[in-house]
Design a protein around this ligand. Structure first.
Ligand SMILES: Nc1ncnc2c1ncn2[C@@H]1O[C@H](COP(=O)(O)OP(=O)(O)OP(=O)(O)O)[C@@H](O)[C@H]1O
Ligand SMILES: [Mg+2]
Length: 227
């Protein structure tokens, strides 16, 4: 279980998260939505302890997440894929996956290849020459190499064509089904994400304005009016 309680996050004078509390159960698939600047990325950074000015408490399973100790915190089983293509551009696909693992782990590598067969086919391709969607799959594969129990994904489909968006989201959902991995997905592709998560959380100016079943939002005529 991931539990945030009374989080207040600031960047200097800017108060970004306001007394923010959220509990996510094991195996849940949660979509986090909201306009640009709402605080979604800041929320994910709070989850892994990557904020300097942050009060309140974050717990993951039996662990207290300590601010400033990201490396230690992700060691509790959190896989964090930040916004943008986070791959080592000059290395091959195989080298990227190798580096991302905590140690050489053939079982983890086989699992990643099962979810993303393309990463096996393209093992020797230089990452920078992969397409945008393929690089995103590699970034996700890298996060999986540490066998996380929870995946925190910041806009995994940004910049991808609609048909690829659904591919990536389906792959992520497959990880949840086969490994029971908890998913927290920040997304602008609201419709496609709602189809792949159980629960939706909508944030406006650092506060939750909706938290409920994704089916409730899917049924809304004009989704963005809610935001
Ligand atoms: N390092 C920083 N220094 C100063 N202000 C920041 C910093 N990071 C974020 N902010 C500000 O905090 C607010 C929330 O930013 P955040 O990145 O969490 O938004 P977001 O919901 O992820 O937006 P987007 O959809 O554009 O990614 C914004 O007003 C942003 O300008
Ligand atoms: Mg963001």
């Amino acid at each position: 279980m991931l539990q945030l309680q009374g989080i207040n996050a600031h960047f200097g004078k800017l108060h970004v998260l306001h007394d923010f509390s959220l509990t996510i159960a094991e195996g849940e698939r949660v979509g986090i939505f909201g306009h640009n600047g709402a605080g979604k990325t800041t929320l994910l950074r709070a989850c892994v302890g990557d904020l300097e000015e942050c009060s309140g408490s974050v717990r993951y399973r039996e662990h207290a997440v300590v601010s400033g100790e990201v490396h230690r915190n992700v060691g509790f089983g959190m896989g964090f894929v930040p916004q943008g293509h986070n791959v080592f551009r000059d290395l091959t696909v195989a080298e990227n996956l190798e580096i991302a693992g905590l140690r050489h782990d053939q079982a983890a590598l086989s699992e990643v290849h099962a979810v993303f067969p393309l990463l096996l086919e393209r093992s020797q391709q230089i990452a920078s020459s992969l397409s945008g969607g393929q690089q995103q799959m590699l970034a996700l594969g890298m996060a999986l190499m540490t066998r996380p129990s929870i995946l925190l994904l910041d806009e995994p489909t940004i910049g991808l064509a609609p048909v690829i968006v659904r591919d990536v989201l389906r792959s992520v959902t497959q990880i949840n089904r086969t490994r029971g991995t908890t998913l927290v997905i920040v997304e602008q592709n609201v419709q496609a994400t709602l189809e792949n998560v159980d629960r939706a959380v909508v944030i406006k100016s650092g506060r939750i304005i909706f938290d409920g079943p994704s089916s409730e939002l899917l049924a809304q005529e004009n989704l963005w009016e809610l935001f």
